[in-house]
Each structure stands twice: as structure tokens, then as C-alpha cells.
Design a binder for this molecule. Structure first.
Ligand code: TYD
Length: 200
């Protein structure tokens, strides 16, 4: 089973995935991974995408690097783990590219889908979109010492990302489950675990 987690900055995905992985590991084989990143080559691509020193990176190049990282990640991590019967929990996947590059960067969904054909052959069984007002999310991450290239985008960019996610959620109503990110993390963890267990 392939499960992805989506949401804007500071939506709590990382902590959630850690907790859910621990819980599921009691009675299942489970791995967690992330995009961009998740393996040696993809972490190298991640550095190009997120390093603030590459501020001249174009929107198209950014989308293509994310698609390249995804192709490598599928090969190195996701497909082998699914073939071994593991549950794969992934922090971000194609929906991030649809919301950030397709909608917020205005490259359009057809372009994103065309460069992500491989991902379309390996779509998640379930996606949890943690919905949160971007102002709240950005405030939560303001204590971080390092801001990456995308964290530094304007407030209006992060508003567009949320609009994008809401639109993408409507495009895939059977796969994407929207979760209220304002709830305490314990409650969100329980809600997601209950939904995963129903499908398992
Ligand atoms: P990360 O530090 O992992 O952020 P978060 O903890 O919020 O998940 O950085 C990933 C960044 O990359 C995040 O700003 C979203 C962005 N991103 C895209 O713009 N498109 C994509 O397809 C993916 C996978 C990530």
C-alpha cells in the first residue's frame, strides 16, 4: 500500500509520518520516505531545488528537477518496497508538483502531468492532505534556523499553494482525504491511523 502526505509549510507532516510509521510498524512492514529526496541521488537533486543560493532556478527547471527526482525515487525506494509487500509512507509526491508548480507557479496541470508520466503509473492508494491556513504554518516554522528556497516565497505564493491543493483535492476525491490541520497532532494521528486501518 502506497500512502502519501501533502500540505503546505508547517502543516506537521513530518511529525505525523514519524508517529504513524511507529504505530503501523507494530504489525506491518512499513517504510517512510520523502520528496524531493529519499535516496542518495535524489537527495543531491533536492539540494539543487531547495538551496537558496540557486535563486535563478526557473519554474520549468524546478518542475523538471522534481520530476527527475521522483523518477529516481520510484526506482530506488518506492517500487522495490512495494514489491516487497511493504507499506510506503511518503512525505509529498505528485500532488505537491500539481499544487506548487502547476497551480502556484502557474505552469498548468497538463505540463506537470506530462513530465510525471512515470508517477502516473504509480499513484498512491491513499493521500492525506493536511489543510492549514498558510499564515499559521509559516508562523510554526519561523523558529527554524534555516529557511529553504521555497520557504522564502511570499505569503501570496503560499496562499496560492493552498488554493492549488484544494483544487487538486477536488480532482481526485476518491484518493485524497482532507484533514483539518488545526487539530492537535494526537487527534490528527488517530484520525489518519483509523482511516488507514479501514483500508488495510
Ligand atoms: P521540505 O523541507 O521537505 O518541506 P516540508 O517540510 O514543508 O515538506 O521541502 C520541500 C519543499 O519542496 C516544499 O517547500 C515543497 C516543495 N516541493 C514542490 O514545490 N514540489 C514538489 O513536487 C515537491 C515534492 C516539493
Amino acid at each position: 500500500m502506497f500512502i502519501t502526505f501533502e500540505g503546505g509549510e508547517g502543516s506537521g507532516k513530518t511529525t505525523l509520518i514519524k508517529r504513524i510509521t511507529q504505530e503501523l510498524a507494530h504489525d506491518h512492514m512499513v517504510i517512510s520516505t520523502r520528496e524531493p529526496g529519499g535516496s542518495v541521488i535524489t537527495e543531491a537533486i533536492r539540494d539543487i531545488i531547495l538551496n537558496p543560493k540557486y535563486e535563478g532556478l526557473t519554474a520549468h527547471a524546478e518542475a523538471l528537477l522534481l520530476a527527475a527526482s521522483r523518477a529516481q525515487h520510484l526506482n530506488d525506494v518506492i517500487i522495490p518496497a512495494l514489491n516487497e509487500g511493504k507499506i510506503v509512507l511518503c512525505d509529498r509526491y505528485l500532488d505537491s508538483s500539481l499544487a506548487y508548480q502547476g497551480y502556484a507557479r502557474d505552469l498548468g496541470y497538463p505540463f506537470i502531468l506530462s513530465i510525471n508520466k512515470l508517477a502516473l503509473d504509480h499513484m498512491p492508494d491513499l493521500t492525506f492532505y493536511i489543510d492549514l491556513n498558510p499564515d499559521v504554518g509559516i508562523k510554526r516554522i519561523s523558529k527554524r534556523i534555516k529557511y529553504d528556497r521555497l520557504d522564502r516565497e511570499s505569503a501570496s505564493f503560499h496562499d496560492l499553494v493552498r488554493e492549488g491543493y484544494l483544487e487538486v483535492s477536488e480532482m481526485y476525491p476518491n484518493r485524497i482525504r482532507q484533514i483539518d490541520g488545526n487539530q492537535p497532532l494526537d487527534d490528527i494521528t488517530e484520525e489518519i491511523l483509523a482511516q488507514i486501518r479501514t483500508v488495510l
